[in-house]
Design a protein around this ligand. Structure first.
Ligand SMILES: Nc1ncnc2c1ncn2[C@@H]1O[C@H](COP(=O)(O)OP(=O)(O)OP(=O)(O)O)[C@@H](O)[C@H]1O
Ligand SMILES: [Mg+2]
Length: 340
């Protein structure tokens, strides 16, 4: 069976898109034996071991800040995910994969090589913001600036797209994982309780907010008292979480401003007129679009399916190779897109 596949290999999860739908969405986590480094769990099962492994095991994130940090584990994981998604019946899949903006040729090579080892052929790697622009169906026929922001788990990607290619971009290492880290720090400092990353993420999703809420809400969570070492429940309010994470949110807003400061004034004028496009799981934090809009004074269009827009755009580019004609991807990727 010959198939076309879009792959978004993110810091928190892999999303695979094929035949017009998401066919797999799974955490990029691997649990390994500490001595032999043999894989014990991958995906959802591995995610559940975060902060819970005995000394004989370790939890590893093979993708950090959007790039491969452990080549062998990334390859193992991807092979398994491809088999889960397609079984063994897949033949020479044409793959469009994505990476954060502004990376080196070597990092593009790495991703391409891992995908090839995992069974892929005809691999093209494009930048995530470009994929988002393709998913939006923006008009690239004339020079016009569009600002795309993707707040993921490990990176905040900011890019200005004009005529189907990236005019200015940067990939910042402050993103949604840092919000979890701030919640962990706050709980330790204010409650003397240690919590794990999964608990912090759950607090963020339930009561986290980028702007002050009109009505305060609270959640009860569990951790370990740093003095007694015993399990303890505590209640944390939305105002407290807001206090804990507001500096990180400001850093993200500032990152967007930094890219705008480096952008040609005419392109900035286009963005001021059109508004910007916001995607990524981090954009789902309550009030995030409003906060960014107020901070920058720009209208924010929050994409309707923000965690899948990258992979959807990759699939759009596979179907319509014309979209890549202005992309200087020869510089950034190593495999020519082969049209069958
Ligand atoms: N409702 C929500 N509120 C707040 N944060 C959320 C929500 N839903 C998901 N997230 C966060 O979004 C992040 C995942 O986003 P996304 O899937 O875009 O990341 P990624 O593509 O794996 O990472 P990256 O693009 O940085 O490499 C996680 O940190 C998750 O906690
Ligand atoms: Mg992403």
């Amino acid at each position: 069976m010959a198939v076309d596949i879009g792959i978004d290999l993110g810091s928190s999860k892999t999303v695979i898109f094929s035949s017009s739908k998401v066919v797999l969405e799974v955490p990029n986590v691997v649990t390994v034996d500490s001595d032999s480094w043999e894989v014990v769990y991958t995906g959802e099962n591995a995610k559940q071991t975060i902060g819970r492994t005995p000394e004989s095991m370790q939890t590893v994130f093979p993708i950090e800040h959007g790039v491969i940090s452990d080549y062998d584990l990334a390859e193992y994981m991807l092979k398994e995910y491809m088999t889960t998604a397609f079984g063994n019946k897949i033949l020479r899949p044409r793959i469009m994969a994505t990476l954060p903006a502004g990376l080196t040729e070597l990092q593009h090579h790495s991703l391409s090589n891992v995908l090839e080892s995992a069974g892929g052929r005809n691999i093209t790697v494009i930048e995530s913001p470009l994929a988002i622009a393709f998913s939006l169906g923006l008009d690239f026929s004339s020079p016009h600036g569009s600002l795309i922001v993707d707040i993921g788990a490990g990176t905040t990607d900011v890019a200005v797209i004009s005529m189907g290619d990236i005019a200015v971009c940067n990939s910042f290492k402050t993103a949604s994982f840092d919000i979890d880290a701030q919640i962990i720090r706050y709980v330790r400092k204010e409650f003397n309780i240690e919590i794990g990353q999964l608990t912090a993420e759950s607090i963020k999703v339930k009561v986290g907010t980028a702007v002050e809420r009109d009505v305060e809400i609270a959640v009860i969570a569990k951790g370990r008292n740093v003095f007694t070492g015993l399990p303890e429940s505590f209640e944390i309010t939305s105002s407290e979480v807001y206090e804990a994470i507001k500096d990180t949110i400001d850093t993200i807003c500032n990152a967007i401003r930094e890219v705008l400061n480096k952008t040609d004034p005419d392109l900035v004028a286009d963005i001021m007129a059109d508004g910007m496009y916001l995607a990524g799981g981090g954009s789902l934090l309550l009030g995030m679009p409003q906060k960014i809009s107020e901070y920058l004074g720009i209208e924010v269009h929050h994409l309707s399916d923000p965690t899948h827009s990258v992979v959807r755009g990759a699939a759009v580019a596979l179907k319509n190779s014309e979209l890549l004609k202005n992309v200087d991807y020869q510089m950034r990727s190593i495999k020519e897109l082969e049209i069958e």
